[in-house]
Design a protein around this ligand. Structure first.
Ligand code: HEC
Ligand code: HEC
Length: 290
């Protein structure tokens, strides 16, 4: 009997040791990814903007998801708040207290949006630069121009913290903690895009959906543990049965033809609600072609 307990003890100690070693590997690997020094060539672009661009930028601020993560006034907000996984807030991107650091110039805006990096070349957590790297120059300049007009708000957002589960998920590439890794830093975005009801324009707009629905739009496991599976939005999913009007209603109200009410925290339909009819029609055409 004593021998039996001795062996159980040895096995338990070995398992704990293996787990500790495993976690140490996860920690060291994720830490080097979080703190990696990048050197990218920021493509200079003219960020001059007129009042029409500022107004257009205000719309893009909502339709491109900035408001979802940075708050309606750019004041910053914590949008992942599960200490086991991570506590992550979009920064205060106004010039108020807790806002953008002094000297945050056009180069810094481009580093953040096109590359997912701080001006010093360190990764920004979760900030989806893989999408914004592909935005047409005119649209990016409009967004930046609008952001610069945001009134100063004093609001401190806690610095990102990654919990043990968040590290494990990052290790297995299940959480896009370091978007700089998935960003095409050499991408040459178009200067301007043609806005028309066409699959081509739908394809351009659909970049915003790929972070969650995956580049093939077939969805899959949610980045946030415990949240619903991300839907397949190709013609192979429910969307294959929907009319254009049903698609538009779903993306405006969050209510699907099957009677499901989508939660804005999972599927940001309050963002897509602000798309124009033509934008939604173009998206429909493109997604249906898949
Ligand atoms: C999915 C959430 C998310 C979306 C969408 C998003 N951001 Fe961010 N953004 C973040 C997070 C989180 C940070 C802070 C990361 C960090 O501190 O490591 C950040 C950082 C930034 C920074 C750097 C701020 C600083 O103090 O260094 C800027 C600028 C910025 N975002 C602008 C934007 C704009 C403009 C948009 C829309 C085009 C946008 N973001 C969309 C999550 C998001
Ligand atoms: C922040 C992540 C996220 C983004 C960004 C996102 N989605 Fe979703 N979407 C989801 C999740 C998660 C679901 C499933 C929600 C559920 O089942 O409750 C979903 C569901 C849907 C559905 C319902 C599908 C069905 O079969 O009922 C449609 C349609 C949809 N998304 C379209 C889009 C489009 C178009 C875009 C881009 C403009 C987009 N989504 C961007 C996460 C996202």
């Amino acid at each position: 009997m004593r021998k039996f307990f001795k062996w159980v003890g040895i096995i338990a100690v070995t398992l704990v040791a293996l787990l500790l070693i495993g976690y140490a590997v996860v920690w060291i690997s994720t830490d080097s990814r979080i703190n990696k020094q990048y050197s990218v060539q920021v493509k200079h672009m003219d960020l001059q903007a007129d009042s029409a661009m500022v107004a257009y930028g205000a719309r893009l601020f909502n339709t491109q998801g900035c408001a979802e993560c940075h708050g309606a006034q750019g004041e910053g907000r914590v949008f992942i708040n599960d200490p086991k996984v991570a506590v992550i807030g979009g920064s205060n991107i106004t010039t108020g207290k807790g806002g953008l650091p002094a000297g945050f110039d056009d180069n810094a805006w481009l580093m953040a949006l096109r590359h997912g990096l701080t001006p010093k070349g360190k990764p920004l957590m979760i900030m989806p630069s893989y999408d914004y790297a592909k935005l047409a120059t005119y649209e990016l300049a409009s967004i930046v121009a609008y952001c610069k007009t945001l009134p100063a708000v004093d609001h401190e957002v806690p610095a990102p913290q990654v919990g043990p589960l968040g590290r494990v998920l990052t290790f297995f590439h299940k959480l896009p903690l370091v978007p700089a890794e998935e960003t095409d830093h050499q991408y040459q975005p178009p200067a301007i895009v043609k806005k028309e009801v066409s699959p081509a324009y739908g394809k351009y707009l659909s970049i915003t959906c790929t972070g969650c629905h995956q580049p093939d739009f077939k969805g899959g496991p949610n980045h946030q543990p415990g949240r619903p599976q991300v839907a397949n939005i190709t013609s192979k999913g429910h969307l294959g049965q929907w009319t254009t009007d049903q698609f538009i209603t779903t993306l405006r109200t969050g209510k699907t033809p099957e009677g499901k009410q989508l939660n804005n925290e999972d599927m940001p339909w309050k963002m897509t609600a602000q798309y124009t009819d033509d934008e939604l029609k173009a998206l429909y055409l493109y997604l249906r072609s898949l």
